[in-house]
Design a protein around this ligand. Structure first.
Ligand code: ADP
Ligand code: MG
Length: 188
């Protein structure tokens, strides 16, 4: 990896870390606007294309052609970027899939890979800060999923992981499409 890329990655991590801790302490609010989740995914996939190319993977985006909702665009980009970076890093060069759907008042984003997977006994703690699994063997700090978890929660959503060792991992994010569907925002 080139020096500029390393510095770029470290700077992005630090920025999103500071942003997340401010969010977690209740000092900042999300900036809601009308967003198309499919457009966000395509933007992030395009931004990661060099990294994908180097890994030998390929990302296939499927599902609904548009998924509109009221979300914070930049934080949604961070969610997608972190999940896709993990799929690239731990995906062992195998195909990566992104599936986008909407049902009633919620949208879902699924990122799946066919890499090392996550041991069952580790799956409950990978969203904690600095938690790293023993499979996969790629470098990292263990903060990406903690950030993702916080950003998803701040949107009133949920994230689930489904994985078997050597059979890859699948992360599913579910987000309420409109503010009115988030209990803690309804009275604002
Ligand atoms: N797609 C994935 N496949 C296998 N393991 C994963 C995947 N995503 C996350 N993990 C596991 O969860 C841990 C935490 O992920 P993350 O918070 O992004 O930290 P990092 O990538 O810096 O290790 C990783 O160390 C890895 O063990
Ligand atoms: Mg990561």
């Amino acid at each position: 990896m080139r020096l500029e890329q390393l510095v770029g990655n470290a700077t992005r991590l630090l920025t999103s870390l500071l942003d997340t801790s401010r969010l977690a302490s209740g000092n900042v609010r999300l900036e809601y606007e009308d967003v198309d989740l499919v457009e966000i995914v395509n933007t992030v996939v395009d931004r990661l294309r060099e990294e994908v190319h180097r890994s030998g993977s390929h990302i296939a985006v499927g599902g609904a052609p548009n998924v509109h909702g009221q979300w914070d665009r930049l934080r949604l980009e961070q969610i997608v970027t972190n999940l896709l970076s993990n799929a690239i890093k731990y995906g062992a060069g195998n195909p990566i899939g992104v599936q986008l759907d909407e049902r009633d008042s919620s949208a879902s984003l699924t990122v799946s890979d066919e890499g090392a997977g996550i041991a069952e006994e580790e799956q409950h703690r990978i969203f904690e800060p600095f938690a790293r699994g023993r499979l996969g063997g790629a470098p990292g700090v263990g903060l990406g999923l903690w950030i993702v978890h916080h950003l998803v929660q701040a949107h009133g959503g949920t994230i689930l992981v489904d994985s078997r060792p050597r059979q890859g991992a699948r992360f599913t994010v579910r987000l309420p499409k409109y503010l009115i569907d988030i209990p803690h925002c309804a009275e604002d």
